[in-house]
Design a protein around this ligand. Structure first.
Ligand code: ZN
Ligand code: ZN
Length: 352
């Protein structure tokens, strides 16, 4: 089969690889229907290795070259051991978190911050191939009425939902989102579901700003043209937003999030980067602001699929392109050249 593999920085190749081995107990092999290209994948190609380990990953033993792709849906082809509610032929989305199962955090159900954790598609071969071997505990049956295409979007949507849950957004809250890329848009949709009264968005790329407005943002600001902190302060009756979600990982925006949220409010950081942000202590302690990290998802993918099945969450606005796997290298290049032109491109390994 063909697989889109990360060999090194700036080295992404469509390789011929062997079919996956018979799954071990606790594993499943799925036929991949769709798998989304994530900002994390682009970052590994442009600046990596970042989350990819140069040597063998301690949990999986996998080392590069590695098949990327962690946002996938598909059909179960083989199970290494019985899995409750899952059979060969079940349509599934995949929670790609790899976990040890025995560390303090895994035992608490916080598998997403497992001490040895990693992700399918970064620490083991992922979904940019016709078949993928994944942990059976990460399989989530796709409800009837939800397409495989939309199910592949459950992963990025879950990142936004998790951030909004970490933010403890309450009905009637005012929320400021910094960045309207895929995760920012996912957080916008989740904030709406949580009952936010005002959703303010800062986004410099016009196409992304338009999407945020179409999806119901109260106001969208171009940070190059507007003083976002002041505008939102005025729009919220000189109080400030109850919650700020930072979805870019840029240090100046981390600082903006912390200094913009209202007294006693929560700044949730879900954008990852290797940068350091300096935060004024006098902006945190005297105002009792809370700074919260939010990583990926923790049982959020089933929630997203249930919301889709109930007709309360439409994944369609996130999806801006579907390409065959053979066009994967070009799709990466296109996204790297112009991040604003797309929200999410799915690769379809089954299509020639
Ligand atoms: Zn991702
Ligand atoms: Zn663990």
């Amino acid at each position: 089969m063909h697989a889109l593999r990360w060999h090194a920085k700036d080295e992404l190749r469509l390789d011929e690889v062997g079919a996956p081995a018979t799954p071990r107990p606790g594993q499943a092999v799925i036929a991949v229907s769709y798998c989304g290209i994530c900002g994390t994948d682009l970052h590994e190609v442009a600046h990596g290795p970042n989350l990819i380990r140069p040597g063998a990953h301690p949990l999986t033993g996998t080392k590069p070259p590695i098949t990327l792709g962690h946002e996938m849906s598909g059909t179960v082809l083989a199970l290494g051991s019985p899995a409750p509610g899952i059979e060969v032929g079940t349509r599934v989305a995949v929670d790609p978190c790899l976990r040890c199962g025995v560390c303090r955090w895994c035992r608490r159900g916080e598998y997403h911050i497992c001490a040895k954790g990693g992700s399918v598609g970064l620490a083991s071969d992922g979904g940019f191939a016709s078949h993928a071997t994944v942990p059976a505990e990460g399989l989530v049956p796709i409800p009837d009425g939800v397409s495989d295409e939309h199910a592949a979007l459950a992963e990025p949507l879950a990142v936004g939902l998790h951030a909004v849950r970490r933010a403890a957004v309450q009905p009637g809250d005012n929320v400021l989102l910094l960045g309207a890329g895929p995760i920012g848009v996912a957080a916008l949709l989740a904030a709406k579901l949580a009952g936010a009264a005002g959703i303010y968005v800062s986004e410099p790329v016009p196409a992304r700003a338009r999407t945020a407005a179409e999806l119901g943002a109260t106001e969208v600001y171009d940070p190059a043209a507007a003083d976002v902190r002041r505008e939102v302060f005025l729009r919220t009756g000189r109080i400030g937003p109850d919650v700020v979600v930072e979805a870019t990982g840029r240090p100046e925006l981390v600082r903006l999030a912390v200094t913009t949220v209202r007294r006693g409010g929560r700044a949730v950081l879900c954008g990852i980067s290797g940068a350091e942000a300096s935060l004024p202590i006098t902006q945190i302690v005297p105002f009792e602001r809370t700074v919260v990290g939010s990583l990926g998802y923790n049982y959020d993918i089933p929630r997203v699929l249930d919301l889709m099945a109930a007709g309360r969450l439409d994944a369609a606005p996130l999806l801006t392109g579907v390409r065959p796997l053979s066009a994967g290298v070009d799709a990466f290049a296109e996204l790297a050249a112009d991040r604003g032109s797309h929200l999410k491109i799915l690769l379809e390994p089954g299509r020639p």
